[in-house]
Write a protein that binds this ligand. Structure first.
Ligand code: HEC
Ligand code: HEC
Ligand code: HEC
Ligand code: HEC
Ligand code: HEC
Ligand code: HEC
Length: 375
């Protein structure tokens, strides 16, 4: 950051940087404001997010309704020690107990509905405080943790992590590769403007750029050959992940599979499109739809219908990249109904039928008519 101040400052606001971290005093206060603070796990009891003396906890009250944790008929409390997910959409939590084996807490914060609800992967009715967080989670949501495999019972291995080794958030080196020599050299020779000892991102091939982003954006259901903590720009992703043969991009879930979805689009197939065609790497471009429309127009100036609609900032993406609910992840409301959807933009850019939110209010009448006529 001493040399790349602007990039660094902008990156602080990027969700990559904020995608995990330890909880600081007061850090979660905004999630305790006007929110529904508890979720009833019907078989176990009510779990409540609590704030006491600047620290946060998840408390299971026994016996209200439930029978407590399996084999444990008493109230339970665990501290909220670290977060996974920026909270832009959702945030899950964990605590280090025992020290090298972090556990996931039963409540997750969902921003859109401003509620605490059952964490993904937890059954609707049963709470646990001993669900292990594996380093795989951190491979996509953090920068590093050192771990060893230790015996965990008959014919089982368990991970033991070194808590002091963890680097939360996705740091510069996750994408740029190890950079210490680069920093040393340029600190010693500040007049030297030719970058040394660092991989040039501009010189990466299209495949190499895609592989870098896909190392975390092609899903969590493949078998791993090696941890992707070791992935460097220019590496081949196939050397880390076994390819999955089931399903094409068309069926890929919107959660985490941006790469497969994009690859199934004509835009991608008939151009040199990469993630960078629309996304900056360090900025917090977030929800600026105008910016995205201008990216569409980089390639679609020739389309008269695109020309007609380009002034409506939401237009292109609402029709051609509609929000879809993830089938892999969804949340329950306080009544236990699966009614809180995890909505993401599909990256399969295509023409969708109007019932998948294609016809949006605010679209010029002429186009409404034209589309209806064609149908
Ligand atoms: C999510 C991956 C990612 C992270 C994290 C990241 N960068 Fe980048 N960076 C890129 C990509 C990709 C490029 C190529 C230009 C582009 O398309 O945005 C780039 C370009 C650059 C460049 C221009 C030189 C070049 O090779 O093109 C600098 C300087 C830079 N990044 C510095 C940083 C710093 C400093 C940080 C941490 C504060 C950082 N980056 C974090 C992906 C990343
Ligand atoms: C080390 C894993 C990792 C790598 C590498 C990575 N991402 Fe991400 N990315 C994530 C995670 C995790 C999130 C979710 C962040 C959160 O918690 O909100 C994310 C979120 C995003 C978002 C949505 C948030 C926003 O700022 O709008 C975009 C866009 C994105 N990544 C693009 C990219 C691109 C482009 C690249 C390649 C240059 C890339 N990512 C490389 C893990 C990664
Ligand atoms: C293969 C990479 C990968 C792994 C492994 C992974 N995630 Fe994610 N996660 C992502 C990406 C990419 C996103 C960004 C949005 C999306 O596609 O859902 C994300 C989004 C999230 C979010 C929402 C963040 C936000 O506010 O937008 C949470 C919470 C989350 N992940 C928790 C977890 C937990 C807990 C684990 C481990 C049990 C885990 N993830 C494992 C890649 C991964
Ligand atoms: C890097 C260039 C590029 C960018 C950026 C781009 N496209 Fe495309 N797109 C193409 C090409 C090439 C085709 C195939 C030829 C055609 O139909 O024009 C295409 C096709 C399409 C199609 C027709 C798809 C089909 O299945 O028939 C739609 C719709 C579309 N693009 C919408 C968009 C939208 C919306 C954006 C912005 C979010 C966008 N494109 C960004 C290059 C691009
Ligand atoms: C109201 C929904 C809607 C909006 C908004 C919309 N489109 Fe489309 N678009 C369609 C439909 C439906 C088709 C297929 C019928 C047709 O070809 O006109 C289509 C076709 C396309 C095609 C392929 C045919 C062609 O004209 O080249 C491209 C490319 C495209 N759209 C890009 C865009 C871009 C870029 C924007 C934003 C500036 C946009 N669209 C806004 C509904 C929409
Ligand atoms: C044609 C333009 C385009 C390309 C190329 C593109 N994206 Fe996106 N991406 C978008 C738009 C538009 C959004 C939605 C922004 C919003 O709604 O605020 C988005 C959102 C996201 C999000 C946030 C999740 C969500 O649904 O809000 C992630 C993560 C992401 N993109 C990752 C990627 C990755 C990784 C690549 C490359 C494999 C990529 N994108 C390529 C246009 C694009």
């Amino acid at each position: 950051m001493g040399c790349h101040k602007d990039i660094g400052e902008s990156y602080m606001h990027n969700t990559h940087y904020r995608t995990s971290g330890s909880i600081t005093a007061g850090g979660l206060d905004s999630f305790f404001h006007l929110a529904s603070l508890s979720y009833l796990y019907q078989d176990s009891g009510r779990v409540t997010a609590a704030s006491r003396n600047g620290s946060y906890f998840q408390d299971l009250a026994y016996p209200e309704g439930g029978s407590g944790l399996p084999g444990q008929r008493q109230s339970v409390s665990a501290p909220i020690e670290f977060a996974i997910g920026s909270g832009d959409k959702a945030q899950s939590y964990g605590y280090w107990k025992p020290a090298g084996q972090p556990k996931q807490l039963p409540l997750t914060w969902v921003s859109e509905s401003r509620t605490w609800t059952n964490s993904p992967g937890f059954p609707t009715r049963k709470a646990f405080y001993d669900r292990v967080i594996l380093s795989r989670c951190l491979e996509c949501h953090a920068s590093y943790v050192s771990k060893t495999d230790v015996p965990g019972g008959p014919e089982m291995v368990m991970e033991k992590m070194e808590p002091s080794s963890i680097i939360y958030g996705i740091d510069c080196e996750r994408c740029h590769g190890p950079s210490i020599d680069h920093v040393r050299y340029h600190t010693e020779y500040p007049a030297e403007k030719q970058p040394r000892y660092i991989r040039s991102m501009a010189a990466l091939s299209r495949q190499q750029k895609n592989d870098l982003c896909a190392s975390c954006h092609s899903g969590n259901d493949q078998s791993m050959l090696r941890p992707i903590f070791g992935f460097r720009p220019g590496d081949t992703l196939a050397n880390y992940i076994l390819p999955s043969f089931g399903g094409t991009g068309k069926e890929a879930d919107v959660h985490g599979k941006q790469m497969q979805l994009l690859m199934s689009s004509k835009c991608y197939q008939q151009s040199q499109m990469t993630c960078q065609s629309c996304h900056g790497s360090h900025d917090n471009q977030g929800k600026s739809k105008e910016l995205f429309v201008s990216k569409c127009m980089d390639c679609h100036k020739g389309s008269s219908h695109a020309q007609e609609l380009k002034s409506d900032a939401t237009a292109c993406i609402n029709c051609h990249m509609p929000q879809q609910a993830s089938k892999a992840i969804g949340f329950n409301d306080p009544m236990g109904n699966k009614s809180i959807l995890y909505m993401l933009r599909t990256h399969r850019i295509a023409v969708y039928p109007s019932d998948s939110n294609t016809l949006q209010p605010g679209v010029p009448d002429a186009l409404h008519k034209e589309i209806t006529r064609q149908k």
